[in-house]
Design a protein around this ligand. Structure first.
Ligand SMILES: Cc1ncc(COP(=O)(O)O)c(C=O)c1O
Length: 337
């Protein structure tokens, strides 16, 4: 339960991988990757797409294409590229972040407006960044009304808007708002196959034809080009068919975990609700560090992640059953005690 990246391909997915038709994807000649791109573009209503090895690469390509060195990205302070992509934005694209503090990452138009720089003597406000669902925001679904307002702002100011939708399918299943509705409110969007969808590797970046053409150029330049990637695309195709609806089970399991651990002394949920598959727990009042609790749990065969000494992050996914959740909740109670 450290992360939904821990999922392993099922037997049926491995079978689909075995049977994949392949070709050279750097020449756009891999039939499985091309089929995946067709499916993704139809699903999200975008012109073109690129299959990448990771969500980080998809995000960094979006930054590279949307910005120039010296530009600024308006984003919430806990967004993935600022927190967890090792400074790749400044390093690869020469950009800096204008950071907002917003409850569960869902910033509003008024927040973004405060960072809109005057035209002369300041960095250029070049990109609006939205994360949906929000990882550090406890799997929060970005409210559609807020996104509408941000989109209006983005259009008025001619600033592109990117959605880091690493877990967009969790947002889609939890909210009932379909993929196209999210995608039509942004210039580019990416999502990950290697999280809740249960694939070993892969992400998709979507946008206009010219945007993807430029992204493909940097993708190849940065060593992201791969040849017979159809073996991985086959897993993605399988996941789109079989692993989307079932995300509701992960959400129900995360909810169950929240309920089962609500009474553990000294353990407090960081967020007021559990909308999708992520639960953050503040353990600072247990008298133990999060590392100590996690080590004790690992002896019982359960692992969470430890964002800092006071906090545990618990993630439900394809390889976590309802019984596993009950075991984990009990292991937490015992470890705290
Ligand atoms: C919101 C978000 N964006 C991007 C990523 C990056 O994905 P990857 O690990 O495939 O690089 C993650 C990974 O956890 C994430 O949570």
């Amino acid at each position: 339960m450290r992360s939904d990246t821990a999922t392993r391909p099922t037997q049926a997915m491995r079978q689909a991988i075995t049977e994949a038709q392949v070709g050279d994807d750097t020449l756009r000649e891999d039939p499985s990757v091309n089929e995946l791109i067709e499916k993704a573009t139809a699903l999200f209503g975008k012109e073109d797409a690129l299959f990448t090895s990771s969500g980080t690469l998809a995000n960094q390509l979006a930054i590279k294409v949307h910005t120039n060195p010296g530009d600024e990205i308006i984003a919430d302070a806990h967004c993935h590229p600022f927190r967890s992509e090792l400074g790749a934005g400044p390093f690869l694209s020469g950009v800096q972040f204008a950071l907002l503090s917003a409850k569960r990452g869902a910033y509003a138009r008024e927040d973004a407006e405060k960072w809109l720089r005057p035209k002369n003597g300041y960095p250029k406000s070049a990109l609006l960044w939205v994360e949906n669902t929000h990882n550090q925001g406890g799997g929060h679904v970005f409210p559609l009304e807020k996104l509408d307002e941000l989109r209006a702002f983005s259009k008025e100011q001619n600033i592109p808007l990117h959605i880091d939708g690493a877990r967009i399918f969790n947002a889609i299943v939890a909210s009932g708002i379909p993929s196209k509705e999210w995608a039509k409110r942004c210039d580019s969007i990416c999502f990950c196959f290697s999280k809740g969808l249960g694939c070993p590797v892969g992400s998709i970046l979507l946008g206009e034809k010219s945007f993807i053409q430029e992204a493909r150029r940097y993708w190849k330049m940065w060593g992201g080009g791969w040849r017979q990637a159809g073996v991985l695309a086959a897993a993605g195709l399988y996941a789109l068919e079989h692993h989307v609806e079932r995300l509701a089970d992960d959400h129900a399991n995360a909810q169950l975990f929240s309920e089962l651990t609500a009474g553990v002394p000294g353990v407090r949920p960081v967020h007021d609700t559990t909308p999708t598959n992520l639960v953050f727990l503040d353990v600072s009042e247990t008298g133990k560090t999060a590392h100590q609790i996690n080590e004790s749990m690992m002896e019982k065969g359960v692992a969470f992640s430890v964002p800092n000494a006071k906090m545990l992050r618990v993630v439900t996914h394809l390889d976590v059953s309802r019984e596993d959740v009950e075991t984990a909740a009990q292991a937490l109670a015992d470890s705290v005690r």
